[in-house]
Design a protein around this ligand. Structure first.
Ligand SMILES: O=C(O)CCC(=O)C(=O)O
Ligand SMILES: [Fe+2]
Length: 217
């Protein structure tokens, strides 16, 4: 991956980059193996998905950094090397979401505690990430995220629009999907694509970290 600009999704508002095959099938299998080998309490169960978080709890007074597993640091470095987080800053937080085929995430923005660029690696299944206008909930565009792809959101696509994943077990490809020509596979409008279990790695930078160390733990 030499030049990020080659991966710009030019039909979306500024700015989205879509990189198919960012990781190999072997790396995908390795990630899934690691994600599913944690002890059960590492999972946080929500009503519509489960998640694991690494790096600490982002907080307005500063995140108290926690040690991140070595296997994850490898993928964080690959993202940090893209220089997405401004003046030499590197990734220091990872959220791992697991979605069963009919699970999703409600419309939201990622908020002010993170540097306003988010990088997400998809494993196991495709999904469709939908973007909405905050005021009237009109659709802005959709992005088809293939397994092993990387998506990078910044500028208005991070700050201005809401994003969500519908709670449906299969997706219909529509012309609202603005990155179809950049996908590895061929998709046609009207096609139905069945979801399987998807695990996503959302890799970010929390600019404000606390120097406080929990010596007594
Ligand atoms: O799973 C994804 O691709 C999106 C996750 C997301 O939006 C988030 O964790 O804030
Ligand atoms: Fe999000």
């Amino acid at each position: 991956m030499d030049n990020l600009q080659e991966y710009l999704v030019s039909k979306a508002p500024p700015s989205v980059f879509y990189i198919p095959d960012f990781i190999t099938k072997e790396e995908e299998a390795h990630i899934l193996d690691k994600v599913y080998s944690v002890p059960k309490p590492k999972w946080t169960n929500l009503s519509n998905r489960r998640l694991q978080d690494y790096g600490g709890v982002p907080h307005k007074n500063g995140m108290i950094c926690e040690k991140i597993p070595t296997w994850l640091e490898l993928y964080m470095k690959r993202i940090s090397d893209l220089k997405l987080f401004g003046d030499g800053k590197t990734a220091n937080h990872v959220l791992i979401n697991e979605y069963l085929p009919d699970q999703g995430i409600m419309p939201h923005t990622d908020g002010p505690l993170f540097y306003p660029t988010v990088a997400t690696i998809s494993c196991g299944s495709h999904t469709i990430l939908e973007f909405f206008n905050t005021d009237n909930r009109d659709t802005i565009c959709n992005l088809l995220l293939e397994p092993r792809s990387l998506i990078i959101l910044q500028d208005d696509m991070y700050n201005k629009y809401l994003h969500s994943i519908s709670e449906i077990a299969e997706d219909e490809i529509t012309d609202k999907c603005v990155n179809l020509i950049q996908c590895k596979n061929n998709y046609t409008v009207g096609q139905i694509v069945k979801r399987s279990v998807r695990v996503s790695l959302t890799i970010r930078n929390v600019p404000k970290v606390s120097k406080l160390k929990l010596w007594n733990l």
